[in-house]
Every structure is written in C-alpha cells, then in structure tokens.
Design a protein around this ligand. Structure first.
Ligand code: PMP
Length: 411
C-alpha cells in the first residue's frame, strides 16, 4: 500500500507561517506533524481530503463537532432555510426558542437554555452563574480538566497572571475524599464544582467515574450549597442524548454543551435548572454573534437527527467495534493497544513502548488514510460505517507492519 504525499500541505504551511503566528495556531497546531496533512480541501460524511487529494477516514471529527457527518443533508437544509430568512439580524429569531425547547425536552437536567459560540462561552457563563447564585468566589476543578481558554483555566501560562488562578482549587479525578477535604478547608467560599462527566485528559489514559463517585460528589455539593457544573462540551451526545449524568446516575445544576451540538455550525449552549434561572438572568454575558440564527437552526436539526437515529448508541457500537478491531490487530503484530474512555471517544495508547514509538505508529496510520492523533482522544460519528472500521483495521495492520517488531521500542 502506498503512503500519502503531502507536499502541497507543506507549501501552504510555509506560506501560512509568514502571515499567521506559528502557521497553524491553537489546538490545531499540536496536530502538525512533519509528514502529515496540514490543510483540507473538502469533507463529506466521515471523510476528508487534504490539499494533496489524499482521502482520510476522520477519527478526530474536527475535535468533536462533526457528529452526524460532514455536510449532513438535514442539518445543511435547515441552515440554508434559516439563511434565506436571515442570520444575524437586530432581533433574535424564533428558532432560538425552538432550540431551547428542543434542549429542554431532550436533556434531563435542562429547564432552560442560553446560547454562545464556543464551549468556553458555556463554561465561563456557568461559573459566572454559580458565583452570582452563591455570592462565593472559588471554583473547584479537576487537575487536568480542560474547560476552555479563559484566564482562570490556564493561570500562569503566557498572557495570564498567577492572580488569575487564585480562586481556582484543583483536585484529583475520582476522589470524593479530596473534594470533602477541600470543602471543609474552605467553608462558605466555594461557588461551584466543574468537571467533565469522565476524565478525558490529553496524553494520558482516559478514566471513567468509579462506582459511587458522582453520587458522592452530588451529595457533597448539596450539603455545602455548591453548584454542580458538568462540562459536556466534548462528550455531549456521545455518552447519552439526555446527558451523561443520566447514564452515570446523578443530577447536575448546569450542563455545558458545544462541539457536537451544531454538527460544525458555531454554537454552544448552557442548560440549567429552575433554581438557577434568576441567577442566569442576572449575569451579563453576550457576544455580537451569539444570536446568529443559522447555527441555531442547524443545532435544532442536529438534535432531532441525533434522536431519530439513536446516535449515542450508534457511536458506542461503532467505537466498540473499532476498539476491538484495533486491539486485535495490534496483538497480531505483538503490540498491546490500550483503548480507554467511552467507545464513542476512544483514547489510544500503545502500552510498554515509548511515546515516540506510539506517535510513529499514529503517523504510519495517517500516511495510509486513517486520521488519528497521537495525544488526544478520538471521536466517532454516526457517519462512520462498518466498512470504514474494517478498512481502518487494515490500515492499522499495515502501519504495525511498517513499524516492525515492538522489541526495538521498549520503554
Ligand atoms: N470543555 C471541554 C471539555 C472541551 O473539550 C473544550 C474544547 N476542547 C472546551 C471546554 C472549550 O471549548 P471551545 O474550544 O469550543 O471553547
């Protein structure tokens, strides 16, 4: 099997570097590999093509937003229809109410919804509402939990100050005792606990909640009057369409959605319970583009389609099949592949060999048309097919063959 030529990507990357700091910025820059594709030319379903016309089965799904497939006809049709009526206008569109009603119907923890553009809008707004409701300042988050790029999220990195982090307490994942200690040490000071429903850090195995973890967290939040915020920006609609908390058996106060909500159209949402409705109304948080009607129409169509095709279970089935296939192919070549996290968002790590060797295997897969990423969890969509997965396993097998014996890469 031949491997991809990516010379046009490299030419564009050189051009980009002269007018864009870093050439490619933000989270996309970490995916830049010397031998890899850097710019796409088109996308359809579960596939994209790079500027050298190489086709990839996409297991990053634009880092989550692509959940029904690129260019989904029902979503694009709803967007086109709304576009003909108007998008960014001096008044809100009725589609905003339709979308809020759809979310309230679908998501167990939702009595109301507010909208933004990026996931970070939803998490920032959630924390502001928690502070407004409690009159307290401090936030508890999980050590390597990611909730966007606001200063409190990344205090001490270039462009932020240490002071940005003074109200942020970080705790280990799956540790109810650590939460209890933090609450006892800060009486009357904690506004909220914010966490994704399971731990999906970068560069590390992902970890599901232990039995009793979320019940324990919820009980402590209730006891101490703390707002429980679940960040489903990444996991949204891939664990359970009613919210991951429904699958994990607890009730949050606020839930943040982004990414998959609009199948690629720019929209995020914060949903919450009635107890926080007036605090939500008191917070000033907005943006020029927050009222774009086209992404709202796209999001409503996305949610309806997700429900119609039982999307979370579909992606779980596809992800389970991919995990089993890859683990099996790895072992045929003498490698051990760890697949962690939920099946619809698998994190892969080759066990017992160096991280560089793991990365080299990912590069070999990408060169052959399976778009994986070496440091991040992956994403399934409902557009992936059994044939895609079978082809991916063949690609993975060829990639292992190109690597040779694992003995040469022992840690
Ligand atoms: N929360 C989580 C769990 C995320 O994965 C992300 C994005 N990777 C965000 C928040 C921030 O979302 P956005 O990049 O859309 O602001």
């Amino acid at each position: 099997m031949t491997t991809n030529d990516t010379s046009e990507s490299d030419i564009l990357f050189e051009r980009a570097k002269s007018v864009i700091p870093g050439g490619i910025f933000g989270h996309y820059k970490y995916a830049v590999r010397p031998s890899g594709p850097k710019f796409f030319s088109r996308a359809e379903g579960a596939h994209f093509w790079d500027v050298d016309n190489n086709q990839y089965i996409d297991y990053m799904c634009a880092y989550g937003p692509m959940i029904l497939g690129y260019n989904h006809p029902a979503v694009d049709e709803a967007a086109r229809k709304q576009h003909a009526e108007g998008n960014t206008v001096s008044l809100a569109a009725p589609i905003m109410i339709d979308l809020a009603e759809t979310l309230v119907d679908m998501v167990d923890a939702a009595d109301w919804a507010l909208f933004g553009k990026n996931g970070g809008d939803a998490t920032t707004l959630a924390v502001m509402i928690a502070r407004a409701a409690t009159g307290r300042e401090k936030i508890i988050k999980i050590d390597d939990g990611y909730h966007g790029v606001t200063a409190w999220m990344q205090a001490g990195t270039p462009g932020t100050t240490e002071a940005d982090g003074v109200d942020v307490i970080t705790l280990p994942w799956n540790d109810v005792d650590a939460l209890e200690s933090a609450l006892t040490a800060n009486p009357g000071k904690i506004a909220c606990f914010i966490s994704s429903p399971y731990d999906h850090p970068v560069m590390r195995d992902n970890t599901l909640p232990m039995d009793g973890y979320w019940a324990g967290v919820e009980a402590l939040c209730r006891k101490h009057g703390i707002v429980l915020i679940i960040d489903e920006v990444r996991s949204g609609f891939r664990v359970d369409l009613a919210g991951a908390n429904s699958a994990y058996g607890f009730t949050p106060d606020l839930v943040c959605f982004g990414k998959g909500l609009g199948n690629g159209y720019p929209i995020s949402a914060l949903v919450g319970n009635d107890a926080l409705k007036s605090a939500a109304d008191s917070v000033f948080f907005t943006g020029t583009q927050f009222f774009n009607a086209v992404p709202m129409a796209a999001a409503k169509a996305t949610l309806e389609e997700l429900k119609k095709i039982d999307a979370a279970n579909t992606m779980t089935r596809l992800g389970t099949k991919l995990n089993e296939g890859l683990v099996n192919v790895a072992s045929q070549h003498g490698y051990r592949l760890n697949a962690t996290g939920i099946p619809a968002m698998p994190y892969y790590r080759l066990d017992g060999i160096s991280f560089e060797a793991h990365t080299a295997w990912i590069d070999e897969c990408v060169k052959r048309g399976a778009y994986f990423l070496f440091y991040h969890n992956h994403f399934l969509s409902t557009a992936h097919t059994d044939a895609d997965i079978e082809r991916t396993c063949n690609i993975a097998s060829d990639a292992f063959a190109a690597m040779g014996s694992p003995d040469q890469y022992q840690e």
